[in-house]
Structures are given as structure tokens and as C-alpha cells.
Ligand binder design. Sequence first.
Ligand code: DX5
Ligand code: ZN
Length: 217
Amino acid sequence: MAKLAPSLLSADFARLGEDAVKVSENGAAYLHIDVMDGHFVPNISFGAGVMKSLDGYETAPYDVHLMIEEPDRYIGDFVTDKTEYIVVHQEACVHLHRTIQLIRSHGVKAGVAINPATPVSALQCILPDCDLILVMSVNPGFGGQSFIPASYDKIRELAKIREEKACGYVIEVDGGVNLENAVMLKDAGCDILVAGSAVFGAEDAGERVREFMKVLK
Ligand code: DX5
Ligand code: ZN
């Protein structure tokens, strides 16, 4: 079974609380929080204040995806009772091992994301220290882009290494995920699927989450 993490980037920002509750009560395992700084990626989304505005709502835990430069400066801001994962980009961290330790020092699970142009081998030395590896299946920055098929091989490679080396990370995929490719992603070894436009672009986001859950069983 794989889990679904709807990306709030595609939610209605004027009704963020309602949208977050709706997908949560219909089976979403996590709320995927896309943080963009306009430097690491060519877009600005929102920061910790907006995320924290959801704290009073009954939602799934947060899976925070930091698409920002110098993430060490902001990691503490994203730690809440509902923060399960904080994910940083390999490409944005000069001292990645230190950044992972910093995330864990807050009692939060640490994840590392790789862009489409970054090979799995770039993570070789750090894999045993990670709780989650995020395979970006689009170039980060925007919702609604097309899935890059080369991502399947990366997911399979990560699943194989995990088995061989008995590593403990979960595998997440993000970008262009929809009802059509969800089963193939699960079969390739994905544990968590992020979906933005495929969930919030639907007429009924709650119903769409239930459809995802059916195919991910
Ligand atoms: C892209 C973000 C994704 C995005 C996914 O930079 O990291 O989480 O919201 O959106 P969809 O599912 O529409 O590709
Ligand atoms: Zn994301």
C-alpha cells in the first residue's frame, strides 16, 4: 500500500483550512507543504506562517518540502506538533549531513529531495542517514507540469539499494502524479505519492483522494 500527500500548492489559498481538512478526512496521509523562495526555484509560494495557520484544523501531519536556498536558517520555523518530515534539496545544501542532523535534532524526520538532473548516486554517502528520499519527477517550482518518465528508474534504484543495504528511508515522488501513473509508481517502489493539481483540480478533492486511495491499496 502507498500513501497520498496532496500538495497544498494547488489548493484554494483563500480556503486553505477547509481544503486541508477535506483531503485529510478522506484519507490523505500527509499534507505536502511546498515552500519556494524565488531563488532556488523560479517561484515564490508561502512560508511557515501560512503553514502554521493550519495548526488549529484537524489535518493530516505535514510533509514540508523546502525548495529554498540555505534551508538551515529556516528549519526551526517549520517545526510544529504536526510536522512529520522536513525535506531539503541535495542541490541546495553544501553540508547536507549537517542539515539532516539539524532536522533530526528537532525531533522531526529528515528527507532529501533530488531534482530530475541529479542522479541517485549523489546521495550514496547519505542514504543511511535519511528517513525519506524525494524523487522530483518535474523540475521544481510549479504545479501542473508533466511527469518525467526517467523518474521510474530512480525510484527502482532507490528501492533496490534500500533492500540491499537495509536502509530505512521511505521513497516519495513529486510532480505530475495522477490517477493514471499512480499504480506504476507504487509498483516501482514508491511509498508516498505527492499530488497537487490531480487532487485540487478535481471537482471534488475529497472524492479524488478516495479514488487515489483505491488504486494505491
Ligand atoms: C513542484 C512541487 C510539487 C507540486 C506538485 O515544485 O514540489 O509538490 O505542487 O504539483 P502537481 O502534482 O500538480 O505536479
Ligand atoms: Zn513538493
